[in-house]
Design a protein around this ligand. Structure first.
Ligand SMILES: Nc1ncnc2c1ncn2[C@@H]1O[C@H](COP(=O)(O)OP(=O)(O)OP(=O)(O)O)[C@@H](O)[C@H]1O
Ligand SMILES: [Mg+2]
Length: 602
């Protein structure tokens, strides 16, 4: 039922007003005062106009009375112009404030949502829409509200004038405006819905646009001569979006055309009636000019007010999207009565029959996974692609919570600790770490923004991660911008160089638990060898977990876990596992043979 939905949207207006008040109460009140003034001035001017015409028609000549009337009319005109400009300024401030306020709220909320949120396409849509529309919907709304209010006041003023002279005319005018009111009521909803269903297609089209415009994909695009194909893909989705919008524009346009014809016709019928009365001496010439002006003004303002209300509906429906987005609340929360984190230096973790399935995934990654990370030990985790190694890291750091079983830290379910404090015990380098377009220094400091920068630790982390040589080679050392998005002087780093920066980031946290997910994938042989010689030093006194496919480097670990089929299938030192001749032995020999090395069971 579009009409009912259109009306329902109107109920959002008080909410919009509340938001505007929060954004800047004093500005809002000033805008309202100026708006009311702008609404009242035109009917008042119309009335003075009538007095002037009557004066002229009476043949009294250029008396002081005439000049008083003209002067008053002039003052009103100046006041109207000033009010208009002032109102524009205050509206601009209000719009900026509202935009700021909402942007901050959306960013804050988005950054607190569970990762789960991003795995459901509809959620992504909600966020994309909220984000895309934030820039203009609130601003349009301010304008719609203010204009509609001002026009309504003007209409009311002119209607009063007409009522005073020809009450019946008012009824005729109002009836003639019914089609316009109906059109305005439906159009907002129709237009908005067309945008609504277009989001998924629009997002796809925008994705392809993004690929063609991003530096990230530029290389492959050229190597594969991919652009024509991407363009065709983009069009496929874009055309659907455009078709839907045009259809909506046509449907709403049609009803506005009818409405406009009806009300224009009605206005001129009314004018004919008034002209007849003036011609037959029933009303004065001044009355005629006033009524004629009032008829024009009522139709004009009323149709504008209705159009504005229609747009306001359209723009305010945006709030239901915003609400839908704000309704997603993080499920991974700190408990009501959190336990203090254990103060011990040794952190030991136990996975107890952990079952976990990603939202929307058809199969579980783990059904009943159990293992232990011993406190103060360097543990390595190996397994084929897709075995679930990174998922273990995500569960351990509570980016996700398991659906079954428990993860214990020193005997206590990790869900019982305050979330932020719990996450603070980890220094992590993720497989898909972020390459921030920030300076080299900031790229490492981001790991611990809660504390003041510690330059000694920064140097130490860079040294351990072998990032110091990278930073020395940069033209402005630590202050060099990484990436060239914002700074012509910015430096592009190689994959391995980035990896060293990311490792330094994890180490800078100096956290008691160190997790390295594929920290050497991009490193050259020498850097990797050096890193693993330093591995003992990196992990001294810490509980650590190293995930890597380079099996000759996992020897440094105290203990190696082999993950397969959602279970830990082997567990022991390098020597023990080789001796056992099981899965680890197979993986290791397969890899060693590619180097031409012989492996014999010790
Ligand atoms: N965000 C996600 N949503 C749904 N499924 C996922 C998600 N991330 C990973 N998976 C699936 O979970 C399984 C385990 O993935 P995971 O990333 O943990 O593997 P991995 O052992 O780290 O592999 P690799 O060696 O390639 O890094 C895979 O089958 C993968 O397809
Ligand atoms: Mg992984």
């Amino acid at each position: 039922m579009p009409m009912q939905k259109g009306l329902a949207a109107l109920r959002v207006v008080p909410k919009a007003l509340r938001l505007l008040r929060d954004a800047g109460a004093s500005h809002l009140y000033v805008v309202f005062a100026l708006t009311i003034l702008q609404g009242l001035l035109p009917p008042a001017m119309g009335y003075f106009g009538k007095l002037i015409v009557d004066h002229l028609a009476s043949g009294r000549g250029a008396t002081a009375g005439l000049w008083a009337l003209v002067g008053a009319e002039g003052l009103l005109a100046v006041a109207l112009a000033v009010a208009f400009q002032l109102s524009n300024i205050y509206q601009a401030v209000l719009r900026e404030r509202l935009w700021q306020m909402l942007s901050i709220q959306v960013c804050q909320h988005a950054s607190q949502l569970d990762l789960d949120f991003f795995e459901v396409p509809q959620n992504y849509d909600a966020l994309t829409k909220a984000n895309r529309e934030l820039g203009f919907r609130p601003m349009m709304m301010v304008l719609n509200l203010v204009t509609a209010l001002q026009q309504t006041i003007s209409v009311a003023g002119f209607v009063l004038v007409i009522l005073a002279f020809q009450p019946l005319l008012v009824v005729a005018i109002l009836i003639a405006l019914v089609p316009a009111a109906l059109a305005a009521r439906d159009s907002g909803h129709i237009t908005f819905t067309s945008y609504d269903v277009s989001t998924a297609d629009g997002r796809r089209a925008a994705y392809f646009d993004g690929l063609m415009m991003s530096d990230g994909a530029a290389k492959e695009l050229r190597l594969f001569d991919l652009a024509p194909w991407l363009l065709a893909q983009r069009q496929q989705y874009a055309v659907r979006v455009i078709k839907r919008r045009l259809r909506a524009a046509w449907v709403t346009g049609k009803s506005f055309v009818t409405a406009a014809a009806v009300s224009a016709g009605a206005q001129y019928l009314a004018l004919a009636f008034v002209a007849y009365q003036a011609a037959t001496g029933r009303i004065t010439l001044g009355d005629f000019t006033l009524l004629a002006a009032a008829l024009v003004a009522v139709r004009h303002n009323l149709s504008l007010a209705l159009a504005n209300l229609g747009e306001l509906l359209e723009n305010s429906l945006f709030f239901s999207d915003l609400d839908r987005f704000f309704d997603f609340s993080p499920k991974i929360r700190p408990p009501a009565t959190p336990r203090p984190l254990p103060s011990s230096e040794e952190y030991q973790f136990v996975f107890e029959n952990v079952g976990f399935t990603y939202t929307g995934a058809s199969r579980p990654v783990f059904e009943s996974l159990s293992f232990e990370l011993r406190g103060g030990e360097a543990t390595a985790l190996v397994g084929v692609n897709g075995a679930g190694k990174t998922t273990i890291v995500k569960l351990l750091t509570r980016l996700y919570d398991p659906q079954q079983g428990r993860i214990l830290l020193n005997g206590v379910d990790i869900r019982e600790f305050p979330l932020e404090q719990y996450r603070a015990i980890f220094g992590v380098i993720l497989q898909d770490f972020v390459r921030y377009h920030l300076t080299a220094r900031e790229n490492i400091l981001v790991a611990k923004v809660s504390a003041n920068p510690d330059d000694r630790r920064l140097e130490e982390a860079a040294r351990l991660a072998k990032a110091d040589s990278v930073i020395k080679s940069l033209p402005m050392g630590w202050g060099t911008m990484l990436g060239r998005q914002f700074d012509e002087q910015g430096q592009a780093l190689s994959g391995g160089q980035w990896q060293r920066i990311a490792l330094a980031r994890a180490l800078y946290r100096d956290a008691p638990v160190l997790i390295l997910d594929e920290p050497t994938a991009g490193l050259d042989a020498e850097a990797e060898a050096e890193l693993f010689l330093a591995y003992r030093e990196l992990t001294r006194g810490k509980t650590s977990l190293l995930i890597t496919h380079r099996l000759n480097t996992v020897r440094m670990a105290d203990r190696i876990l082999v993950l397969e089929g959602g279970k830990i299938v082997e567990d022991g030192s390098h020597q023990e596992l080789l001796r056992k001749g099981g899965r680890y032995y197979e993986l290791f020999t397969a890899q060693a043979s590619t180097y031409g090395a012989e492996v014999t069971k010790p």
